[in-house]
Design a protein around this ligand. Structure first.
Ligand code: NAI
Length: 342
């Protein structure tokens, strides 16, 4: 079995290489998958991609014609794959859970860094500047956090927030019966939250769920956290909200136009994206480059599940983690037919 990896970084190679054998051969490419690079998968049975690769209809056709039959996402989100178009051509599998703790903990790390000005203090004390001016933060205890999306990551984040003594309001299109939070409509979540954190997938419904209109409904000084997908937030509306002082702070691990920028070293270069450059220049914006997943535990789980997924499809023609385009669920699909409701 030959697997072509796209958008590969050294840490990917490290976690996958231990699964290489005479039966499983890896071809690692640094380039992202798109219509121009798909040719590199010639002779491969499977293609393994990450969050910023493109698997639209044209790429799927190209891969199919090259003989590729498995598209394995080494991540949870799959908004970059036309899953519906792939049906009947290429099996699409993903890693539904590898460490919700990694992402939820990074979200809280960003929140604490921002509101306690740790990023500022770190630079000051490195320069032997021990002044406290401008470093006043606020307590999380007693504050209200609005969580959009109460799946695996959202639930861990809720638990962490409850540990801080925060009140949790939540919105989910499919509320869970046993979630430790009060479900409310989005309007109320926007109106009452001091902090809002996004943990839902990017879908046509959630695209720009944070836009000028929703920002206008929020409390002045609200802190926005996005460790989910960039396009949940209209970046220009966010920038306007920050400039008008409506938004108190933003912590972004993802960005709408991240695909050509994140994971690469642009130091010493001029970045063309004015919105990102302006956001980064703001004292109350913290950006990490899609790093929330990056823990040893998560990388190990991603590699193991991805290889298991590919083997399952290769050997049995189906996998628990095969994506269903209809409901987005896999193992718990109510109308399952080989774990697919189509
Ligand atoms: P999950 O599938 O366990 O939970 C997603 C939740 O969102 C579900 O409860 C679902 O009902 C809800 N949802 C679906 N449509 C919605 C809508 N229209 N409005 C509100 N809620 C809706 O997914 P998980 O594992 O918690 O991951 C959440 C997201 O985090 C992923 O979709 C992915 O985009 C992102 N992610 C980011 C990572 C990073 O490194 N920054 C790493 C892993 C995931």
């Amino acid at each position: 079995m030959k697997i072509a990896f796209f958008d590969t970084k050294p840490y990917d190679k490290q976690s996958f290489e231990k699964y290489a054998s005479s039966d499983i051969v890896f071809k690692f490419y640094e380039t992202k998958l798109n219509i121009d690079t798909a040719e590199l998968a010639r002779g491969c049975d499977a293609v393994c991609i990450f969050v910023n690769d493109t698997a639209d209809a044209a790429v799927i056709d190209k891969l199919y014609n090259l003989g590729v039959r498995i598209l394995a996402l080494r991540c949870a989100g799959y908004n970059n794959v036309d899953v519906k178009y792939a049906y009947g051509k290429i099996h699409v599998v993903h890693v539904p859970a590898y460490s919700p703790y990694a992402v939820a903990e990074h979200t809280m790390a960003m929140l604490l860094t921002s509101i306690r000005r740790i990023h500022k203090a770190y630079i000051r004390t490195k320069d032997f500047n021990f002044s406290l001016s401008g470093l006043t933060g606020f307590d999380l205890y007693g504050k209200t956090v609005g969580v959009i999306g109460t799946g695996k990551i959202g639930r861990v984040f809720i638990d962490i927030c409850r540990g801080f003594g925060m009140k949790v309001l939540a919105y989910d299109k499919f509320p869970a019966d046993d979630a430790p939070c009060e479900y409310v409509e989005l309007e109320r979540l926007f109106a009452e939250s001091d902090i809002i954190s996004m943990h839902c997938p990017l879908t046509p419904e959630t695209y720009h769920i944070i836009d000028e209109k929703s920002i206008s409904k929020m409390k002045k000084g609200v802190v926005l956290l996005n460790t989910s997908r960039g396009a949940l937030i209209d970046a220009d509306a966010l920038l306007d909200g920050i400039k008008s002082r409506k938004i108190g702070a933003a912590c972004l691990d993802v960005y709408e136009e991240e695909s050509d920028i994140f994971f690469e070293d642009f130091s010493g270069h001029i970045v063309d994206d004015d919105t990102l450059a302006r956001l980064i220049s703001m004292p109350n914006v913290i950006v990490t480059s899609h790093q929330a997943f990056l823990t040893e535990e998560a990388l190990g789980n991603i590699a193991k599940t991805t290889i298991d997924n590919i083997k399952e499809i290769f050997e049995n023609g189906g996998s628990q983690n095969e994506l269903c385009y209809h409901c987005g669920k896999t193992a718990n699909c109510k109308t399952q037919r080989l774990c697919k409701c189509f």
